[in-house]
Design a protein around this ligand. Structure first.
Ligand code: BDR
Ligand code: CA
Length: 311
């Protein structure tokens, strides 16, 4: 028996997904039972290949990586190449993985891992929730086998694709709604907390200037995101996807509140909004989520820097 937390990670590997994977692969608290790649920031072929390469770079090519959905359940796929580059890694080149290519669909592999973990598996999802929704549809008993789902997605306030919708949720709102309704607690690391989860340029420089393959890769991959954030927000880069990974291992640096959360799937101007009852007189019947609202930013930046420079 091990005290490690068994986790499954679902990614749409762009730049901050890469950081999330590199952090997760180093955390002694986590036992990564499998990883799946979904279409989102980039098309599935790139998401899958990037995930394989980043895990190999982390020295973890023994972790099996499965292909997931190549499109949202009903919507047309819209990628985010303006932030992550056409390839998803901001043009950074890393060697192919030596691992055999898995062909089992993500939802089947996830179900098998959940059965093997006997109800203890935690799922960390940092892309559109399509793979998880398909898994819940195909295996209704899965809801009894997953302990909790930690996502990067949504926002109690605001949005980054529309004034009220965040990328991972608006990319596949129907899938997200299925996940919030599945009956498993969702830890929602939305923009409320992930916009606080940034590194400043001097903090990023510590990683960029560190002499290792992982840090050289992050330095190149993050350049485009740096320019994007500098132009529209400040000289920072938000590492959204690292939040649920660090929440799993260091929950004390985060704070939030239990809430009811559901997703708008039919709105015209509110499509993809994660509607919470946090500040409302009217409450949803169930508190199906823990909405993370704050992080100790300096602790977050310190952990990310320490972990990435430990490669
Ligand atoms: C989310 O969208 C993607 O671009 C990032 O990887 C992150 O998962 C932020 O809205
Ligand atoms: Ca992502």
């Amino acid at each position: 028996m091990t005290n490690k937390i068994p986790v499954w990670i679902d990614v749409d590997t762009g730049v901050d997904d890469s950081a999330a994977l590199l952090v997760a692969c180093k955390l002694p608290q986590l036992d990564i039972r499998g990883i799946s790649a979904v279409a989102g920031n980039v098309v599935l072929a790139n998401s899958f290949e990037n995930t394989r390469r980043v895990c190999a770079l982390a020295g973890r090519s023994e972790i099996p990586i499965y292909p997931g959905a190549d499109r949202p359940l009903f919507n047309v796929l819209e990628t985010a190449s303006h932030i992550h580059g056409e390839d998803g890694l901001g043009g950074a080149e890393i060697p192919p993985s030596p691992a055999p290519v898995e062909t089992k669909p993500a939802w089947d592999a996830l179900y098998e891992a959940a059965v093997a973990c006997g109800g203890e598996l935690q799922v960390i999802s940092v892309g559109p929730l399509t793979d998880l929704a398909i898994a819940f549809q195909k295996y209704p008993e899965l809801k009894t086998l997953i302990k909790r789902i930690l996502i990067m997605g949504g926002a109690a306030k605001g949005g980054n694709v529309t004034p009220c919708a965040e990328f991972n949720i608006v990319a596949d709102p129907h899938a997200a709604q299925m996940v919030f309704k599945a009956g498993v607690q969702v830890v929602m690391c939305g923009l409320d907390v992930t916009m606080q989860a940034y590194l400043t340029h001097p903090e990023l420089a510590q990683i960029e200037n560190y002499d290792s393959d992982v840090c050289r890769f992050m330095g190149t991959a993050i350049a485009r995101a740096k320019a994007f954030y500098a132009a529209i927000i400040a000289p920072i880069v938000c590492l959204h996807d690292v939040c649920p990974v660090l929440f799993a291992a260091y929950p004390h640096i985060f704070s939030g509140e239990e809430a009811g959360v559901y997703v708008e799937t039919r709105g015209t101007i509110t499509n993809g909004k994660t509607v919470t009852d946090l500040w409302s007189d009217k409450q949803f019947p169930e508190k199906n989520a823990f909405v993370v609202l704050d992080v100790d930013r300096e602790a977050f930046a310190g952990l990310v820097t320490d972990i990435l420079t430990s490669y």
